[in-house]
Design a protein around this ligand. Sequence first.
Ligand SMILES: Nc1ncnc2c1ncn2[C@@H]1O[C@H](COP(=O)(O)OP(=O)(O)O)[C@@H](O)[C@H]1O
Ligand SMILES: [Mg+2]
Length: 341
Amino acid sequence: MPGPSVPRMTDSIVVEGLVKRFGATTALDGVDLTVTEGSVLGLLGPNGAGKTTVVRILTTLLEADEGRAQVAGLDVVRDADAVRAAIGLTGQYAAVDEYLTGFENLEMVGRLYRLPKIEARKRAGELLERFDLVAAANRPAKTYSGGMRRRLDIAASLINNPRVLFLDEPTTGLDPRSRLAMWEFIAELADGGTTILLTTQYLEEADRLADRMVVIDRGRVIARGTADELKAQVGGQRLEFTVTDATALPGMVEALRPLAVDEPLVDLASRRLSMPVSGGAEVLADALRRLDGSTAQIFDVGLRRPDLDDVFLALTGHAAEEVATDDEEPHEAPVPTGGAR
Ligand SMILES: Nc1ncnc2c1ncn2[C@@H]1O[C@H](COP(=O)(O)OP(=O)(O)O)[C@@H](O)[C@H]1O
Ligand SMILES: [Mg+2]
């Protein structure tokens, strides 16, 4: 794993050796990361991994016990006021005033940022438009759906035109449609050049939005890189078969062995065969030709590339969205579910 990076002019966020303890809990155990200006970093990890703690330290809401952090070239402890003026934060739990309308919420935040009243109102109007909230602008926020609230929250965090934006689990709890809409808004912000640090438990979200990812588990960085780099760590593609009768599997393994680049995995209980292969779709056609004339009844077949769920499982021994437990027993690696992706 690469060590702490040397700060560069183009890094909007530089974090070195952050340690944070809460009593007996070590929430962060030496976290290093950098975020290049104008890029999106996905900070990934299960519940309790330390994501929010990183965000709180970087947004000056919490002081680290050890290590240092810079945001927009400013030290988060020494230059805390200037950091606050340069950033936007959307917390894990929406910080919207229920009784104010969408417009009033944004106007209030603008005033907190010391914008003149007329400027705050102008900005509020622009942001309502941008986040598709014009029709709801004059309704109290308590009448908003979860997706609308979250949009209002992000709009509020943009009132001061921040150069660096922190989004802590921006889509947790949203329905799939609102999540997609939120992804579009975040992608637009990123395209506009805002540096974004996004925490998420959803690997698909990081895959869609993040240029680079840092995976943390129990307060430590366990992997970092682009989605492709992380996927490469868990190996290449596999050919997967599910048959209707497990007794056909050994014969299939023999017929297909010439195509395998590594040891095939057979799971009799789930009637599955998973075989590491190289090459594209032609390997699938080749495999089917080799099975021609065999008596195996194939229920499902697919060529599968590892996705981030596989990465997460390989790295942490547990699935990303599983609630963390104190269970230290090694988990059995489940047989991947089939189907070409
Ligand atoms: N204010 C706090 N007091 C005590 N423990 C805390 C506090 N904040 C976080 N923790 C603990 O620190 C760890 C990391 O928490 P957090 O940063 O919220 O993780 P995540 O956001 O990845 O779910 C967890 O074990 C959590 O219980
Ligand atoms: Mg959190």
